[in-house]
Design a protein around this ligand. Structure first.
Ligand code: ADP
Length: 618
């Protein structure tokens, strides 16, 4: 026998086919059952389950019809194949109306009529010779000979396939999930058709008979498998239970057979003990699997709910930012007017108020109005930063000059608070940035040092150049410390600006530090300082006025300049040091290249609400 014939006879061997059919019947029934179990009341699941069963029966009967030992029943089995095909046609007609979603179009009475027709046609094919008159037995199996209504059978089957084409339209109208399901269904259908076409148009004409026709049938298992996957994908946990049950059933069945086939009473007894143990173990296993699956399903549900809640919160957050932006914008005009007129009223040259009490009260009102104006501008700045609408106009700047100017502006306030400001090394430091914004940062830091120093002392400012890795490592440590804290505190490192602004550039960085001998900051407060609205809840700070936004804004401004900012303190009454990094002037080109990747139109951008905080406002 040559090699080809060995292969061919293997494929047509009845026992080989029996194994394949048995596998298809087991897998198919399991999937049909799983689909049905998943949602017993759903018309979709019911129809798909019947669809699978009809395919399984059709494959099974066709195989039995080919059996040599059952040759007398061959006609009956082949008629049963046709009977099954009428049920499969019933499902094919319904399918576009119920899968992936039940459209509700095919109402119960219509379905019953269709089912009745299918039952009658199936009955006719099984019990009469109208569709199949006889069978011819070949060495490879049986072939049908049509009866009087053979043509009708062909027409009915062809027509029942037509509704499938409506899926082209259904697909277009479907949502994401349904489309995903449909793709799997189409894939299964395509593989099935490819199988059938290869057998009927290629193999059969080549061999000259239909000995391989069954392989066309077998490819229906693709349709069954992919459709099940489409439906059960989200419920694979249940499949695990069913699989476990199946395995348990097989193991228990085998041991039961062993008990029954025992040769001596002792053997039977031992095997029975073994069976009881296995049964008990199976019971425990099943329970634990069920419990675990229930738990995981709950977990999944919870995480889905959490994801939804999170999306909702983000939406709310965006709405809130928009509201704050609108509200502060609207507030700024009247507040500025109040502040301006009050300052005029208090100016002796412009208005005359005689009563010293009135002047005192007015003075208080004026300082409150200034604080209010500060708060409103801060909020406006925060919303501009968070919405990415802050106008940043960078140029080459003389950092030493900028710091000196700032010191001049705040000197008077520092002296009032008995603080001396020393710029240790004003050696012509240069950077590339927006002078207004950097000034705001320096004013904030020096201002805080003045505000949070109770005793006479010195505020020293220092600039130095360090390798970029140094800053990166330092920042890693700061981040790690904050990441180990509660979620709420992690706000302190959540960047409010685009990554392209945030990234460190160049090989070296400038480090600007502002050190004071003031009230200091408790260790546990350090990581929280840069959060929005955060103020150290301590009696020492409670008396000084502030919004808790200064450091948050400073951080965002520094980040907009590819920098990092952090605070250090040895604890209460040991003073504090605030340090931030900025790129060196040589990194200008690299920096510009990186920022060019952020799409921004100048029209939507706005400058800081009030560029530089006046010394008296601190
Ligand atoms: P504000 O000063 O308006 O309260 P900031 O964001 O500027 O807001 O500062 C946040 C908090 O950080 C302050 O309330 C204060 O408790 C603390 N803080 C900032 N700078 C210093 C400093 N130099 N010394 C001690 N504490 C400080």
């Amino acid at each position: 026998m040559d090699q080809n014939l060995v292969g061919a006879s293997f494929l047509t061997n009845y026992w080989v086919n029996s194994v394949i059919v048995a596998a298809i019947v087991i897998v198919g029934s399991f999937l049909a059952f799983s689909v049905y179990e998943q949602n017993k009341k759903s018309l979709t699941n019911q129809t798909i389950a019947i669809f699978f069963v009809s395919i399984i029966l059709w494959i099974l009967f066709a195989h039995l019809g080919d059996s040599k030992s059952l040759v007398h029943y061959s006609l009956l089995f082949n008629r049963l194949v046709y009977g099954s095909l009428f049920f499969w046609a019933y499902c094919l007609i319904l399918l576009p109306f119920v899968f992936p979603k039940d459209t509700g179009i095919v109402k119960r009475p219509y379905r019953l009529v269709l089912l009745l027709i299918s039952v009658i046609l199936a009955g006719i094919s099984v019990f009469t010779n109208k569709f199949i008159a006889s069978v011819t037995i070949y060495d490879w199996g049986a072939s049908n000979n049509f009866g009087q209504w053979g043509l009708l059978f062909n027409i009915y089957m062809s027509l029942s396939i037509l509704p499938i084409f409506s899926y082209i339209w259904i697909y277009r109208k479907s949502d994401e999930t349904s489309r995903r399901q449909l793709k799997f269904f189409f894939l299964g259908l395509a593989l099935f058709l490819v199988g059938v076409v290869i057998i009927y148009l290629l193999i059969n004409p080549m061999v000259g008979d239909e000995r391989y026709y069954k392989y066309g049938n077998y490819s229906a298992i693709f349709l069954v498998a992919f459709t099940s996957y489409a439906i059960l994908r989200h419920h694979l946990f249940n499949i695990r239970v069913i699989l476990t049950e199946l395995a348990i059933l097989i193991i228990n069945g085998i041991s039961a057979i062993q008990v029954a086939s025992s040769k001596t009473p002792l053997e039977a007894f031992l095997r029975l003990v073994f069976l009881v143990l296995i049964a008990y173990g199976s019971y425990l296993l099943l329970q634990s699997v069920r419990r675990e699956i229930k738990f995981r399903e709950e977990l999944q549900q919870l995480s889905e709910q959490l994801a939804q809640a999170n999306a909702h919160l983000k939406e709310l957050d965006a709405m809130k930012t928009e509201f704050v932006s609108l509200a502060s914008h609207e507030l700024l005009t009247p507040v500025s007017a109040i502040e301006g007129y009050l300052s005029m009223l208090l100016d002796e040259k412009m208005a005359k108020i005689e009563d010293p009490k009135a002047i005192r009260y007015m003075d208080r009102v004026y300082s409150s109005a200034k604080r209010l104006a500060r708060l409103v501008t801060d909020m406006l700045n925060v919303s501009r930063i968070e919405e990415g609408r802050l106008l940043v106009e960078k140029k080459e700047i003389d950092l030493s000059k900028l710091i000196n100017e700032t010191i001049d502006e705040v000197k008077f306030k520092a002296e009032e608070n008995k603080q001396k400001i020393v710029f240790e090394n004003p050696d012509g430091w240069q950077t590339f940035g927006d002078p207004d914004k950097l000034k705001e940062v320096v004013v904030n830091l020096i201002g805080n040092s003045i505000k949070y120093s109770k005793n006479p002392g010195t505020i020293s400012i220092k600039v130095e150049k360090v390798p970029t890795e140094w800053v990166a490592e330092k920042w890693q440590k700061v981040e790690a410390e904050i990441k180990a804290r509660p979620l709420d505190d992690q706000e302190a490192i959540k960047s409010a600006v685009d990554e392209h602004f945030h990234a460190l550039v160049g090989a070296q960085q400038l480090l600007i530090s502002v050190q004071d001998q003031g009230i200091g900051i408790p260790k546990e407060e350090l990581p929280r300082l840069f959060k929005k609205f955060h103020r150290v809840g301590d009696f020492t700070t409670a008396e000084s006025q502030g919004t808790g936004l200064g450091l948050y804004i400073s951080r965002a401004l520094v980040e907009l300049h590819h920098g990092r900012i952090w605070a250090e303190s040895e604890g209460p009454s040991h003073g504090s040091t605030f340090t931030f990094s900025l790129p060196i002037i040589d990194s200008k080109d690299e920096l510009l290249k990186m920022e060019a990747q952020v799409p921004q139109t100048k029209e939507q951008l706005k400058p800081l609400a009030r560029p530089v905080k006046q010394a008296e406002e601190l």
